[in-house]
Design a protein around this ligand. Structure first.
Ligand code: HGY
Ligand code: MN
Ligand code: MN
Ligand code: MN
Length: 421
């Protein structure tokens, strides 16, 4: 059992992983990011280098690397039972723009280290274990998110890749093919052989740091909707256009952004609404903006609350547009319903942490995760470790090594129970 193989202290897990010659987190993947942070976008060069590095690390650990047609990378530790079922762990390898080193990458690196340590210290499992570096989760480049887990659960078809364009006009399909994926001879992502999915992830919030528990076990993941709005007014001369005659798209969009903020504050926690990106045209100091595009990210842990909030807010935005003589178009491009984690699997994670003397907090996740989608095709559960000052989606994202090792130790024990016993 892993407790023999992996010493009972959290830091011991890290040294056991070291001692087992298992892959460290590939250089540059884990640790404080530089001032500009980490930007690894689906199918771009940094993304491809990371996937290729992980492929080499999986091969070095004897974990049979293979890519699926969407570019998600799997490592495999075959079970002796000869069955076709798989216990899967892992997370996503892409990041937000100028993000940190931990969001996604920690769950991938820990999953590789866990399988390598189990292979080394416990030999082959009864049931097959796999680790996945999912190709995309953030929605940072193309107007869609969860491309990796979404193609696995059938939310997206690969044939739809030509519909999505990045800000440079490149389609998802062109980028996928250019990176060497999307080819018919590569295995299709669709999975129906999973017995469980366990995702280890940094909390990205401040709850664990404040409460002092080193481990979080997730009960539910919030639902989220993401929109892109286009506000059309009239570009005009900044000097000769009197204020009452303007149809200023930026002033309108600004009023809409404040309306979204006010509406979320009025609703109270856990409702959140964020305008994360805003582009204005022509973007010239002496021209009244004629057109603005902005994104809106709305989240809540109840589907009905999410639905009513968005319905009411869109009516309010239409009212602002009408009053200002602007045209407003909205596109809903992401709608991930709230997801409950598998209770039995969550209990198993909590017990594994307890056996290592690590205090556990049962909690909800305000961040979206691949486990949300994979819960549609198999029992899914998540482990959290603390994020310093609750910061994430930022170069300042950081988690102490002992906390990372604690999460790894619990993951190893949980995977041992699921695949060896
Ligand atoms: O945005 C999120 O919730 C996640 O980090 N992708
Ligand atoms: Mn993430
Ligand atoms: Mn993220
Ligand atoms: Mn491009």
């Amino acid at each position: 059992p892993p407790t023999a193989a992996v010493p009972p202290t959290a830091s011991g897990a890290a040294s056991a992983v070291e001692a087992s010659g298992t892959p460290h987190a590939p250089q540059g993947l884990i640790g404080p990011a530089g001032a500009l942070g980490v930007t690894r976008l689906l199918y771009d060069d940094a993304w491809l280098q990371a996937q290729r590095l992980l492929e080499r690390r999986l091969a070095a650990a004897g974990l049979e690397p293979r890519f699926d047609r969407a570019g998600s990378l799997f490592g495999r530790l075959p079970g002796t039972d000869g069955g076709s079922r798989v216990v899967l762990t892992g997370s996503h390898i892409d990041t937000v723009r100028r993000g940190g080193h931990y969001d996604g990458a920690y769950g991938v690196a820990a999953g590789i280290a866990a399988l390598a340590a189990l292979k080394r210290f416990c030999g082959p499992p009864r049931r097959t274990l796999e680790v996945v570096s999912l190709c995309e989760e953030e929605g940072s480049r193309f107007p869609l998110s969860y491309w990796g887990s979404g193609t696995m659960v059938g939310r997206y078809g690969l044939e739809g890749a030509s519909f999505y364009r990045d800000p440079d006009g490149e389609t998802l399909e062109q980028a996928m093919l250019a990176a060497g994926f999307g080819r018919p001879e590569q295995p299709h992502p669709r999975r129906d052989d999973l017995d469980a999915f366990v995702e280890l992830h940094v909390e990205q919030g401040i709850v664990l740091e404040r409460s002092g528990e080193p481990i979080g076990v997730v009960q539910a993941i919030v639902g989220q909707r993401r929109y892109t709005f286009t506000v059309a007014g009239e570009a005009n001369h900044a000097g000769t256009t009197p204020m009452p005659l303007r149809r200023d798209a930026l002033a309108g969009a600004a009023e809409m952004a404040l309306a979204a903020e006010r509406a979320a504050v009025r609703r109270g926690e856990p409702m959140v609404a964020t305008v994360g990106r805003l582009e204005t045209e022509p973007g010239t100091p002496n021209v009244v903006p004629g057109r603005v595009r902005f994104t809106l990210d709305v989240r809540h842990d109840e589907a009905e609350a999410l639905e009513s909030f968005c319905r009411e807010l869109l009516e309010e935005l239409d009212g602002i547009a009408a009053r200002r003589g602007l045209e407003l178009q909205g596109e809903l491009w992401m709608d991930a319903p709230p997801a409950r984690m598998d209770a039995e699997l969550a209990d198993r994670l909590a017990r594994a942490a307890g056996r290592r003397g690590l205090a556990v907090r049962r909690m909800a996740s305000g961040a979206g995760h691949d486990a949300q989608l994979l819960s549609e095709i198999c029992p899914a559960a998540m482990l959290f470790v603390p994020s310093r000052a609750g910061i994430s989606h930022s170069p300042l994202e950081f988690t102490e090594e002992a906390q990372l090792a604690g999460g790894l130790a619990v993951l190893i024990d949980a995977l041992y129970e699921l695949a060896y016993e």
